[in-house]
Design a protein around this ligand. Structure first.
Ligand code: ADP
Ligand code: MG
Length: 340
């Protein structure tokens, strides 16, 4: 008797959800990325209980058509990828068409969306990936998604969540990274009714830098002006050598607008401080690397924080040189001023 059977789509979603949705911050990351891809210039994230019981994200982006909205929750449904060729040069943050399917399979969701020119929008309610309500609704332009009760139907996963405070901290990290890479978007994070982070969306990088690193550290930062090397562009802000920290928690790296964890960029940054920083101290900063879309593969991990560079040496050099030059010029640089 045959014993091999295809998984039901619900079961497949649940398994996929394990890769995409680990904690509230992963939900926040996917939804913020969707809001960015939708062309929003204002994104508000609101959480309660670390985002476990309640996570709301409102954007003023392009919205979805009423007939598209239910499709967005199906697995591998995306408006961002059409052909195999597209895969070689991904310009949007999303492309797998997995996030909404995965998130909705382990939560209760309300979606409100209205396209810019449309008179009415649509409201969907889903439980465990099943659409329960699909109705016309008068809603603001853009998309609002409310995600409740993460992992309510998969209690085993619930156990891996940390205390609310810790989960809220991870969500804050997601919003901070998004704000750093998009100074042109006004971000707000509200935690348990209190605003804990915001940027003005006026396009100046110093604003999110100030919001993320704080007043004191920002006063000790120098700008890395845009520096081109072999077709790779680097810019950002880094600390003066005397302001090194005991750990690397304030190092943030971005590749083509995407927050990444990169040992390579970390090594290049630290190499630029060699002999300038006390042993055991690490530089802090936000470094942005821009390179041709085809020179980097973002398709290595579902959570997409790891990237693969087709060539590592030019990346190392570009980051190293940009930081080294900025540090060399530092002596003549007047103190940074920033007023809130
Ligand atoms: P992906 O982002 O990889 O395409 P998702 O599951 O995250 O996959 O989203 C599926 C689709 O739903 C997107 O391709 C997009 O068309 C639509 N969508 C999701 N979120 C938004 C949003 N905030 N505004 C407009 N469209 C959205
Ligand atoms: Mg997405």
């Amino acid at each position: 008797m045959a014993i091999i059977k295809e998984l039901s789509s619900h079961l497949a979603d649940l398994i996929a959800a394990g890769e995409v949705v680990e904690r509230p911050a992963s939900v926040a990351k996917e939804l913020v990325e969707n809001a960015i891809d939708a062309g929003s210039n204002r994104i508000t994230v609101e959480i309660e209980n670390g985002g476990i019981t309640y996570l709301r994200i409102a954007d003023n982006g392009c919205g979805m058509a009423p007939e598209d909205a239910p499709v967005a929750f199906r697995r591998h449904a995306t408006s961002k990828l059409r052909s195999e060729e597209d895969l070689a040069a991904i310009g949007t943050l999303g492309f797998r068409g997995e996030a909404l399917a995965a998130i909705s399979s382990v939560t209760r969701i309300d979606l409100f969306t209205r396209q810019r020119e449309a008179i009415a929008g649509v409201h969907l309610h889903l439980e465990a990936g099943e659409i329960q309500v699909n109705e016309e609704a008068g809603c603001p332009e853009g998309t609002t998604i409310v995600v409740r009760d993460l992992f309510y139907n998969t209690p085993a996963r619930m156990k891996f969540l940390k205390k609310d405070f810790t989960e809220a901290g991870y969500v804050l990290g997601v919003v901070q990274h998004a704000a750093l890479s998009h100074p042109e978007i006004a971000f707000t994070l509200i935690r348990d009714g209190k605003q804990v982070f915001s940027t003005d969306g006026k396009g100046k990088l110093i604003t999110p830098v100030f919001a993320v690193f704080g007043k004191e550290m920002t006063a000790n930062m120098i700008e890395v002006p845009e520096n081109e090397h072999n077709g790779l562009t680097v810019h950002g802000y880094i600390v003066k050598p005397h302001a090194g920290r005991a750990n690397r928690s304030m190092q943030h790296f971005f590749v083509n607008g995407r927050y990444v964890k990169s040992r390579l960029m970390q090594a290049a940054l630290e190499e630029a401080y060699r002999n300038a920083i006390i042993t055991g101290k690490y530089p802090s900063g936000a470094i942005f690397l821009e390179l041709p879309l085809s020179a980097v593969d973002v398709n290595v991990h579902p959570a997409k924080t790891e990237v693969k560079f087709s060539q590592e040496k030019p990346v190392f050099e570009a980051v190293y040189i940009a930081c080294k030059n900025a540090l060399a010029a530092n002596d003549n640089t007047p103190q940074l001023e920033h007023k809130e």
